[in-house]
Write a protein that binds this ligand. Sequence first.
Ligand SMILES: [Zn+2]
Length: 400
Amino acid sequence: MVTRTFWGHSVSDDVCDLCQRPALEPIYKPERSTRGLTVHLCGVCGLLQSLPRIDRATRAPAAVSGGADWGNVRYGKGFRTQIAVDALNRYTDFGSDFTLLDVGSNRGSFARSFLHRAPNAHLVAVEPDERVAASVAGMPRTQLIQERIENVALETRRFDAIHSCHTIEHLIHPAHTLADHHRALRDGGILVLDAPNTALLASDDIVEEWFIDKHLYHFSERTLTRMIEAAGFTILERPDPKDKSNLFFACKKNGHKPVNGGLDLLEVEYAQDLIAAYSANRARNLMALTSVASELLRLAPRRVAVWGAGRLFDSLVTYGKLPTGALTLLIDKHLKAHVTERHGFALTGPESLAEANPGVVVVMSRDFASEIAAEVNRLTPGAEVILYSDLMSRARRIAA
Ligand SMILES: [Zn+2]
């Protein structure tokens, strides 16, 4: 990668996708990156972005890892369907015969729900991965385009609404694609946009590598707001401040773009602090995982089930060195559809709980911890439920 000097710093040759300045400085090297990515911070506007901008990942098998190589499982978007369909329903008429563009249709969770709720609507679904696009093929009132959105020539003012869920962070030039969405919408058309939230980096209990290989851009509410507004949209709904994992926006096409110089030194400082806190927290937490594993080993005679076989579990085995043979059950009702085992232990569904009758169920999830705990209480009322966040805070106290 070519570098040059900007404001006295050595920066990359690429320009920032938000403010268009050549002010990208390397700030973080993700762990276990198979694409050789480095996270850069724009010293002008504060947008975090990974370089080099590789447009197509090699088609790797499903990797349920806590490292940067996590990916190709592709089930997370389904959890975001309801919030997107509900928001669209607030700003469009689900009874009319309108046309919606679904960017990154994935396995069709949104498409199915939307077509069901809007009985006269038409859908154009864009999904490059043929392995998942097959789920959308053959749906009624649907045209499937199997291609990256950046390579699709959309008709001007064709769409009444656009839905883009956890896709923008994968794009080479998201600012350009947002401007193209604006062009493809009719006047007053609606854009519903959802992306990962860098706020999660500040989590006390983070152990997984957040900067995964599939993501080239890493947005805060502030940087994504600016990119949306620079493309000519008015924001109707902002992200829920309690949701540290997602940035959900509902926006409307308007006729003018704000004059945007791009300079945001507060955001630059915020991003620097965030990366520093993330690196320090994560290093401390990875060490604490050995104490978490020891606690689970002590509990093993009571028969321990773990619910959640994703990134937190992978980190517990990889860094905490938990011997999976100490477990009685490993439950994950979503991952079970994509992989059969994790670290040599077979995955099962929640239905196995009653028969296995564990004394302890450990919930290895952050976003769905309370839902899972409630389900455990229902399925096996005698078992003690222990949450990952509690295990981790105990382990950190021991380490301190
Ligand atoms: Zn910038």
